[in-house]
Design a protein around this ligand. Structure first.
Ligand code: GLP
Length: 251
């Protein structure tokens, strides 16, 4: 696991975008695994800038998003379909049918989950998977529990996650209780994993990710078993890692 500690959220976003853009330049039809939440917004802004100013070409890129709330229509402002269109997809030249987000409104969610893993396989696997991290160490919506769930599945959101995500809704009551999420295996099949985190509220989770035991109680800790992970953190999120700012560390 390579840990890059930078001095600002802006630097984190620029570094993450640089890495994703490099994948696209090397492989124009790369499969990008994409994430939502507030953390990747700056990365998407930088990718949009690179598209507009540097001609970064998404016309052959395919994308698969990590997760979607159950029950939110794609045009609901808090749905991850809407988030992706608003923050990235509408501003680049990716073909609409090349961009995939799980369907959280289908009647048969089990079929949605099975089909999503099949889709990732059909695309040839993910070249680079972007991840944020929850304060409790969740990735996608793989919440702390007694076992890792390998496949895409319907997850119950933890109280911690509902509380953290209620800032996007009018109240905690409006936060959906369930989500379709890639499983740990669906995430770990990616050839390269890029996790970004900033702010002190993520420091405990980042410590568990990098230096804690591999345990389903901190789902992100499983990334220690992946051969090609880059973690980009600001100094606040790296609080407990003992890395000097600006240096690249191996953990
Ligand atoms: C949600 C998403 C995660 C994301 C997490 C943290 O729960 N499912 O993919 O990493 O929120 O979000 P933020 O970046 O807003 O802290």
């Amino acid at each position: 696991m390579k840990v890059i500690c930078v001095d600002s959220e802006r630097a984190m976003s620029a570094e993450a975008a640089r890495l994703i853009a490099a994948h696209i330049r090397v492989k124009p039809n790369a499969v990008l695994g994409l994430a939502t939440g507030s953390t990747p917004i700056g990365t998407y802004e930088e990718l949009i800038r690179m598209h507009r100013e540097e001609g970064l070409d998404f016309s052959e890129v395919r994308s698969v998003n990590l997760d979607e709330y159950v029950g939110l229509e794609p045009d609901h402002p808090q749905s991850y379909h809407y988030f992706m269109k608003h923050h990235l997809l509408d501003h680049i030249d990716i073909k609409p049918d090349h961009a995939h987000v799980p369907d959280g409104t289908a009647r048969d969610l089990d079929a949605v989950c099975l089909e999503y893993d099949a889709l990732i396989r059909e695309l040839g696997g993910t070249d680079i998977q972007l991840l944020g991290i929850g304060r409790n160490g969740h990735i996608g919506f793989n919440e702390p529990g007694d076992a890792f769930v390998p496949e895409t599945h319907v997850a119950e959101l933890s109280d911690n996650t509902i509380e953290a995500n209620q800032r996007f809704f009018r109240s905690a009551d409006e936060v959906p209780r369930r989500a379709v999420t890639m499983g740990m295996g669906s995430i770990m099949q990616a050839r390269h994993i890029l996790l970004i985190a900033c702010g002190e509220s993520k420091a405990d989770a980042v410590y568990g990710l990098v230096a804690g035991p591999v345990t389903p109680k901190v789902p992100a800790s499983a990334l220690q078993l992946h051969p090609h992970v880059t973690v980009i953190v600001d100094m606040a999120a790296a609080r407990d890692l003992g890395l000097p700012g600006g240096l690249f560390g191996e953990a």
